[in-house]
Ligand binder design. Structure first.
Ligand code: F6P
Ligand code: MG
Length: 454
């Protein structure tokens, strides 16, 4: 049940796997230790201090294992719902493997699980998120794009009633295409790649204007936007149409996802949206329940943007209030299945998390956001760029009950599929003309698989 192409591994020096495993992950862990030390220095209670010092010591051990390329040991049983899944996978496939020769996807996820273990085995710091400060801070520095969207979308979405039915549908289609791109490019602000960004850099990544979007559509190398619109229209014709988002990053990307989900609901294209987040800190910027709550509450009650006008702040508050109301009414539901924080790819979702697969198979459309989810969908292997998306995602397209799946992903790592029959040539040309095109986040894919009825 595996694809015929080899998975990327840390020792593949030509791939981003190598830079990540040898340099990026130790840097990220170093920053996590700095954050925890800062928290330690703010504590007064002796028991808590001693407990946190032990967490820092465990992080130092993890640093030794990672930078010394030690073998992967089982995860300590910390009563988390995912331990059994982790240790089963290690025992079955990765016994004796180390950080560099295990598949990159697995080794990288394992590092985040080990980081969580440093805290989950403590008494007072089980829920501590070493990336929380950074996530909140980046959102607070995204004011320009945040208010651009809130000023436009705080007012509930309305289509001019004097338009003909065909004109209304066209207006809706254009809005759908624009907001799908807002949601897509919201994925470029990923903190694991952009440590220490300036406000100017954040602004450049987040510009959401119409002209900008027209220009960026040509950077969507595999583009199923047209088919996606057709699928979404079908969801509307059902009563109780449900759309799911397998989330990626907190802060600005989550905010864009919510703007998009709000539109899908208001336009009647869906009647319920389910959001899937992580149970603990994951790949630096991924959404946890705390990040979700923080965003909604900061929009309504926060004082993050001292330079904003009253009108801007009011627009953000209204948007936040509406979203909180959706949550109360059950129109928006936040979930966190343990499978999302394991090392398995989604080729194993149906067999390792059958309850989750069944749950997703009841959705009318499942959006997978971001690079990591794309790597997991495609097994993170060296498939040719011309490989059709539904072949690349294997059982997530071919198993009975596979839902319609869309990947909205800015390209930040090696695996690239779904570029069409000329895709191999496109990839070769970009390799020559723009080395680094696979990690810059400048390019993207919007890929759809129709799924298979159960
Ligand atoms: O460390 C590499 C990686 O997993 C890449 O997939 C990507 O560069 C980043 O981390 C996560 O990106 P995203 O937040 O879009 O999943
Ligand atoms: Mg992420």
């Amino acid at each position: 049940n595996n694809p015929p192409w080899p998975a990327y591994r840390g020792y593949h020096e030509y791939s981003f796997a190598h830079a990540t495993m040898s340099a990026r992950l130790p840097t990220i862990l170093g920053k996590a230790i700095e954050d925890t030390t800062r928290t330690l220095n703010e504590q007064s209670d002796e028991e808590k201090v001693v407990d946190l010092v032990a967490c820092i010591e465990r992080m130092a051990e993890l640093m030794t294992d990672l930078s010394g390329n030690h073998k992967l040991r089982p995860v300590i049983d910390d009563d988390e719902a995912d331990v059994a899944l982790w240790n089963k996978e290690i025992a079955k496939y990765f016994q004796g493997k180390d950080f560099m020769n295990a598949p990159w996807l697995f080794a990288e996820a394992y590092k985040y699980r080990r980081l969580h273990e440093c805290f989950s085995t403590s008494k007072f710091w089980k829920e501590y998120d070493v990336f929380y400060r950074q996530k909140c801070d980046t959102f607070s520095r995204s004011s320009e794009a945040v208010f651009e969207l809130s000023m436009r979308f705080a007012e509930p979405f309305k289509i001019d009633s004097s338009l003909s039915a065909a004109e209304k549908l066209e207006a809706e289609r254009l809005m759908f295409l624009e907001l799908t791109q807002v949601c897509l490019w919201g994925n470029s602000t990923d903190l694991s790649l952009l440590i220490n960004m300036t406000e100017e850099q954040i602004k450049a990544l987040q510009s959401t204007g119409g002209d900008h979007l027209a220009a960026t559509e040509k950077n969507i190398l595999g583009n199923d936007l047209g088919r996606l619109w057709e699928s979404v229209k079908e969801v509307r014709s059902k009563t109780g149409g449900r759309i799911d988002f397998v989330l990626d990053n907190a802060g600005f990307e989550l905010y864009c996802d919510c703007v998009y989900a709000d539109f899908l609901l208001q336009s009647g294209l869906a009647t319920q949206i389910r959001f899937h987040g992580k149970r603990f800190a994951w790949f630096v910027s991924d959404v946890t329940k705390k990040d979700w709550n923080w965003l909604l509450n900061t929009m309504v009650y926060g004082q993050l943007f001292p330079n904003a006008t009253d009108v801007e702040l009011e627009s953000l508050r209204r948007l936040g209030q509406r979203w909180k109301q959706y949550e109360k009414e059950g129109k928006w539901v936040y979930e966190q299945h343990p499978f999302w924080c394991t090392g398995y790819t989604f080729w194993d979702l149906h067999s390792e998390a059958p309850d989750l697969f069944l749950h997703l198979s009841r959705s009318d459309l499942v959006f997978f956001k971001g690079d990591l989810n794309h790597r997991k969908l495609t097994y993170d292997c060296a498939a040719p760029a011309s490989t059709p998306f539904d072949i690349a995602i294997g059982p997530m397209a071919s198993s009975a009950g596979a839902p319609k799946v869309v990947s909205l992903r800015t390209i930040k790592s090696d695996v690239v599929v779904g570029l069409g029959s000329e895709g191999d040539e496109t990839a070769e040309r970009l390799d020559k003309e723009e080395p680094g095109w696979k990690i810059s986040g400048k390019y993207a894919v919007v890929l759809l698989s129709e799924g298979r009825p159960g």
